[in-house]
Design a protein around this ligand. Sequence first.
Ligand code: FES
Ligand code: FES
Length: 160
Amino acid sequence: MRKITISFTLNDQEVSVETYPNKRLVDLLREDLGCLSVKEGCAEGECGACTIIRNSEAVTSCTMLAGQVQGDEIITLEGLMKNGELCTLQQTFLESGAVQCGYCTPGMILSAKALLMKNPDPGMEEIQRALSGNLCRCTGYTKIFDAVQMAAERDAEERS
Ligand code: FES
Ligand code: FES
């Protein structure tokens, strides 16, 4: 197989990278584009550690190939900070004690972000459903769900 040029938007920047189209997206993001927030856990689409946002949907980057994101809009955790400031979800995860070892956190936050982009005022059941593909070995989930709800409330206060 020969390399091709893949062009897409990564965290609001146009990027073009020469790579093999069958390279896994998680590897492309980490190795070629420096997005080290994207974590690999199970490598088979089960744990959610490698979650990113693709065209407004949370997807697992270990089950996608570079050739599938031509022209797409990709967001990783690196793209959520603005001017060096943590986004609301990052703040509430820290404040709620929703981060322990932190390995699941980027994927959790991106699944939550994808939910809030679609529905800024989700109920607890919707939050739980949106994060059901993200596993955490440390926190027991309650603090994570609370952090997402707190972020939604805080964003709503800022909008009002
Ligand atoms: S590493 Fe991709 S879902 Fe587990
Ligand atoms: S904080 Fe350790 S796996 Fe979630």
